[in-house]
Design a protein around this ligand. Structure first.
Ligand code: 13P
Ligand code: SF4
Length: 303
């Protein structure tokens, strides 16, 4: 059944000239039929370079918005309209405008996991992979880092000479991993290296052998001489690594490392979107695209 749906998607997307983008966290049967797979910013860049007029984002809402900002002339469809990222919506543009009014000397850094509306009032964007490098290069020592406090703290630890302010935002999936979870997993698999996403709390990242974005974690595990790994990010990364490195062992840090938003996207959603019968077309005002591009372009200039 799954392969029949996959074949139908592949046939239709070829016939209609549609590109499918799949984030590292979506179900593997979707990754299998995607043209591009990776982290959120990579997917938007892939879509930008691709010739297709229409792309379907199998990821969460802010990822489809980022693809639209980078390729305003393309039709960008979010495969499952309810797939949002709670972290991206934790603060509003008004919150940032009010902060800037009181603290005009701060640079506002927005994690890519933010809405397009929020990006319009931020100064620089970062991804989990580029956050340390970009914050180091920003020509200001005072930084408000939003929305993820954990990623922000990780960056601040790497750049002790800068002054960081955080708000209380974060990813509910990663923030639920406790220091005890990490200690227990290490005790159960003493030979394994612990690889975690910087969205985890500091008491978890402190115990890690490697901290990085989804792509960086996968690259590290693939290239490492070690034979077993505990993975502190969404369960899909464990599945993908098991497939990519059959001679190595991978353990999920906890059993409940599942992003319900990413997992709300099904193969049938993708089929409906390819048929033009489902999904959500992303529409952004030209003004929003122009202003949100400023902070993305600033990331590209600094990076
Ligand atoms: P990456 O940018 O590392 O792929 O992470 C996206 C995300 O949503 C992490 O929870
Ligand atoms: Fe958002 Fe967390 Fe899901 Fe990533 S894992 S999409 S940050 S809720």
């Amino acid at each position: 059944m799954i392969s029949k749906i996959q074949q139908e998607i592949l046939r239709l997307k070829k016939e209609k000239g549609i590109t499918i983008l799949a984030h590292n966290y979506v179900a593997k049967e979707i990754i299998e039929i995607a043209d591009y797979n990776g982290d959120s910013f990579k997917l938007s860049r892939d879509a930008q370079k691709d010739n297709a007029d229409t792309c379907i984002m199998c990821g969460v809402h802010f990822m489809a918005e980022t693809a639209k900002i980078l390729s305003p002339k393309k039709k960008v469809i979010l495969a499952q309209e309810i797939a949002g990222c709670p972290m991206a919506e934790q603060f509003s543009a008004e919150d940032v405008v009010a902060f800037k009014k009181e603290h005009p000397d701060y640079t506002v850094v927005a994690y890519i996991n933010t809405t397009a509306a929020l990006k319009t009032v931020c100064d620089v964007c970062v991804t989990s992979a580029s956050a340390v490098d970009i914050c180091r290069k920003i020509e200001n020592d005072k930084i408000l880092f939003i929305p993820d406090r954990n990623l922000g703290s990780y960056v601040a630890d790497m750049i002790p000479d800068k002054q960081f302010v955080f708000w209380n935002g974060g990813c509910p999936v990663h923030a639920r991993i406790t220091a005890n979870d990490a200690a227990r997993a290490k005790e159960a698999h003493p030979e394994a290296l612990l690889l975690v996403h910087p969205e985890c709390i500091p008491a978890v990242t402190e115990q890690a052998d490697f901290i990085g974005s989804t792509t960086a974690i996968m690259k590290f595990a693939e290239q490492s001489q070690a034979k077993s790994f505990i993975i502190g990010t969404e369960i899909s990364i464990v599945e993908q690594l098991e497939y990519l490195c059959p001679d190595k062992r991978f353990y999920s840090l906890t059993k409940n490392l599942i992003c319900p938003n990413m997992k709300s996207i099904t193969l049938m959603d993708v089929l409906r979107a390819v048929k033009g019968e489902g999904g959500l077309e992303i529409k952004l005002d030209a003004d929003v695209i122009e202003k949100a591009s400023v902070c993305i372009n600033e990331m590209l200039r600094l990076g």
